[in-house]
Design a protein around this ligand. Structure first.
Ligand code: 5AD
Ligand code: SF4
Length: 440
């Protein structure tokens, strides 16, 4: 028997890409590939790219350039570009970087085995179509490999919102929800392989409306179906849009014990003028009212957000409105970015904010968000939380896991295994994690 071929995947960007990389590895696993952590001994290299922020494409080209020597040494090495940069710039990549054998967009991963065979036959392959079929169904893995305690599960892809700064509607295409029965089967399978916590993924996850036996299901209805799976202990979902936060989902945060008290709900900005120009179709006020309703259903929920500063035509006053919104909401964690132009999006054509002013605003916003994050983390001290253990810690006997609120928690003298859930009292708050002790 010949030695297995080795696959090196480098993943950039969001959790959706992490999930897709796992599926690609499984698909090529069926063709005899095993994963390697080093590009040097790979027979195939895949860059799973992200296009959401600045100079993403340039970074991909410089990364590809680094494989030149490797390819010269190993002519059989195949190099592929996947993900959103592949989707956005497919032919351009082939033209600019001749050492690329394969360009594959996010909707075509189920065809990877055929594409790989074509590259082995010396062909160049480009596939960035948006097919109708469910790519994940075709990517079903063969052997039932054991999994860690947490997993992502894609339930929805694409977005029809067209925020003026964002490439997702162009790179991931129109919003598509997977049928509920397929998701439930995949979830059941994950649980049988050791998974205890599933994070439902989608660019616009709360717009989920996948087909069920009696019509479409909302995300909340899907969560209630998942809730019935024995052995599945925790459910999360990301990323949500404020306008799709329906009543049944808010209610589920108060009533579904498996649904964790954590919600990533990007607002992007606090000025109604800027929100309008971003094409967000909500106001600062409507977002704040929404947060109030969510907190009424689940008072201890931890709110996370995304922010963009320096969006075209943002004045100091507009920026202040973002700071005011942050003060009012109080975020447990957040991601903030300086606006960067994405060619082909509406905002790219507009007058840009002075970069020094944008840098300064980003610093001030991040200082405020960091302070809030610290306050929320520190406020956990003395509280009892659920922790799902994921791995052993650096110290003997120590285990590390995540709290219900997604804080990393270290527990000393912990006679528990990865995959076990425990009640833990938080005793101290460190730089990036909490320390706790088992209760009972
Ligand atoms: N510039 C800066 N940040 C962006 N994001 C998306 N597009 C851009 C852009 N052009 C941010 C948004 C989004 C997160 C995933 O990335 O805040 O919610
Ligand atoms: Fe992009 Fe999210 Fe807006 Fe969709 S809702 S366009 S994914 S920022």
């Amino acid at each position: 028997m010949s030695a297995p071929k080795k696959l090196f995947i480098k993943t950039y960007g969001c959790q959706m890409n992490v999930y897709d990389s796992e599926r690609m590895a499984e698909a090529l696993g069926g063709e005899g590939y095993v994963e390697t952590k080093s590009a040097d001994d790979a027979d195939m290299i895949l860059l799973n790219t992200c296009h959401i922020r600045e100079k993403a494409a340039e970074k991909v080209y410089s990364e590809l350039g680094r494989f030149k020597g490797l390819k010269a040494e190993k002519p059989d090495l195949k190099i592929g570009v996947a993900g959103c940069v592949a989707q956005a710039e497919g032919e351009e990549i082939m033209r600019r970087q001749p050492l690329v054998d394969l360009v594959v967009g996010p909707q075509s991963y189920h065809r990877l085995p055929e594409m790989e065979a074509k590259t082995r036959a010396g062909q160049k392959v480009l596939d960035t179509d948006f097919p109708e079929e469910d790519k994940f169904e075709k990517l079903k893995n063969r052997p039932k490999a054991k999994r860690g305690p947490t997993a992502f599960l894609t339930v929805q892809e694409g977005c029809d919102k067209f925020c003026a700064f964002c490439v997702v509607p162009y790179t991931r295409g129109a919003e598509v929800s997977r049928p509920a029965d397929r998701i439930l089967r995949e979830a059941q399978d994950l649980v049988e392989r050791g998974v205890r916590e599933i994070t439902l993924l989608g660019q616009n996850v709360n717009a989920y409306h996948g087909a069920g036996p009696n019509g479409d299901l909302t995300l909340a209805q899907l969560i209630w179906e998942l809730d019935k799976i024995d052995g599945l202990e925790r459910i999360r979902f990301t990323t949500s849009h404020p306008n799709d936060m329906q009543d049944d989902l808010i209610e589920a945060h108060g009533t579904c014990a498996k649904l964790m008290p954590y919600l990533h709900l990007p607002v992007q900005a606090g000025s109604d003028k800027i929100l309008k120009r971003m094409n967000r179709s909500h106001t600062a006020e409507s977002y704040i009212r929404l947060i109030e309703r969510i907190r009424a259903a689940r008072p201890d929920i931890l709110i996370s957000g995304d922010f963009i500063v320096g969006f075209p035509e943002e004045t100091e006053e507009d920026f202040q409105a973002t700071m005011d919104l942050v003060e009012e909401v109080k975020y447990g964690t957040a991601y903030s970015f300086k606006y960067s132009t994405r060619p082909g999006t509406p905002a790219a054509e507009r007058p840009q904010v002075d970069p020094a002013a944008a840098d300064d605003r980003l610093q001030r916003l991040q200082a405020l968000l960091t302070r809030q994050q610290r306050e929320v983390q520190d406020s956990m001290v003395g509280r009892e939380v659920g922790v799902l253990f994921e791995k052993t810690g650096r110290l003997p006997g120590q285990m590390v896991g995540k709290s219900d609120y997604l804080h990393a928690v270290h527990v000393a003298d912990c006679n528990r295994d990865a995959g076990e859930l425990a009640r833990v009292r938080i005793v101290s708050s460190g730089a990036n994690s909490l320390a706790g002790e088992l209760i009972g």
